[in-house]
Design a protein around this ligand. Structure first.
Ligand SMILES: [Fe+2]
Length: 355
């Protein structure tokens, strides 16, 4: 019998034994790989987990247990993350909806509740694993604690809000300072600011646009600081040269504010608030689209407020007369007709009243 005969039982046993040895070697290699992989996961500083769709923890690493304030992985695994992990239920709902619809989440941010009840902000990358008919079997992914970064961002946002508040207070203080010199127009700027803001919103502009306009309106007559106080509060009509002196306030306002770094050209809006679309305004006699939209709205609000309020040289005309006046000026091509119409709608249909 040939030594190499495959049918020889002895040879068959040898081949079988070799195959067994090969399989054992493969198994050892796989075990090593699995061991290395598990070691890597367990030692990772990032939280790693696998949970069922209803929140039962199938696997978790040390980093995740520590992050959540548990003493051991086993203690964490005894918890249900759907019920105990998320600080707010809506985070879990959003997470579940997203991962099951898209198949994964990338950088999903939410707040978790730690063992001691404290809140932890996390960022999560995860995927869903499904069975043959597409039903989710489990979710697996990584969790990163981003609490410090999130808190810094929140502090930054709060600081920005504070800066915004300080800025508004400063604008109001500047405006109030003007009232001391010109008590007859006390609150004029505040009222023009409220009306300008309302017209901008009525025209469909954003809250941001309307707020910038409000700031410009709060300061629109700041240039009157250059006009002698007795001219501002004197009863009776002004002479032509006195009128020219008052007109200086538009350029003066621009000059005072031109170096302040506002986000928007507020100084320019103020400079243009007495311009008229037909070129008959001042200080530069600008026409049509050369006049900023903000300045056109400001002009309408300014005229309505001035007309409906008492002045040292005349009594108040009342709001209806003020609305007729801007209507006439709109038809004459002096004022922006859309801004005029929006202003009229506010008073006549929407119950707007000057503060
Ligand atoms: Fe003015």
């Amino acid at each position: 019998m040939n030594r190499n005969d495959a049918n020889d039982p002895a040879n068959q046993i040898t081949a079988e034994a070799r195959r067994v040895r090969e399989l054992e070697a493969e198994l050892t290699l796989l075990r090593e790989k699995a061991y290395n992989f598990e070691t890597l996961i367990m030692a990772s500083p990032i939280g790693v987990y696998r949970t069922t769709p209803d929140g039962k923890v199938l696997m978790a690493n040390r980093a995740l247990a520590e992050m959540m304030g548990y003493d051991t992985v086993e203690e964490l695994m005894a918890k249900n993350v759907a019920e105990q992990g998320y600080a707010v239920d809506s985070y879990r709902t959003l997470f579940k909806d997203t991962i099951e619809r898209v198949g994964r989440v990338n950088g999903f941010e939410s707040a978790w509740r730690r063992k001691d009840g404290s809140i932890m902000f996390i960022r999560e990358y995860a995927r869903v694993v499904r069975d043959d008919i597409g039903r989710p079997i489990y979710y697996e992914g990584t969790i990163e604690n981003v609490t410090d970064r999130t808190k810094t961002e929140m502090l930054l946002k709060e600081s920005l809000k504070q800066i915004g508040r300080t800025f508004n207070e400063l604008v109001e203080t500047l405006s109030e300072a003007m009232n001391i010199r010109d008590p007859y127009t006390a609150d004029h700027e505040k009222r023009v600011a409220a009306l300008s803001h309302a017209i901008a919103i009525e025209l469909g502009h954003s809250e941001g646009f309307a707020n910038i306009l409000r700031t410009a309106a709060m300061l629109h007559d700041i240039g009157k600081i250059y006009v002698p106080a007795e001219l501002l509060s004197r009863p009776g009509a002004l002479r032509k040269e006195e009128m020219e002196l008052i007109k200086v306030h538009a350029d003066a306002g621009w000059d005072i504010l031109k170096n302040v770094s506002f986000d928007q050209p507020i100084a320019e809006m103020i400079r243009q608030h007495h311009e008229k679309l037909d070129g008959s305004g001042y200080p530069r006699g600008l026409k049509g689209n050369d006049i900023m939209l903000e300045a056109r709205i400001l002009a309408v609000a300014d005229i309505v407020e001035a007309f409906s309020s008492h002045r040292p040289y005349r009594p108040a005309f009342g709001i209806e007369q003020a609305l007729d006046e801007i209507d006439r000026m709109g038809r004459e091509g002096k004022l922006d007709r859309q801004a005029v119409a929006a202003c009229q709608r506010l008073f006549r249909d929407k119950g707007f009243v000057l503060p």
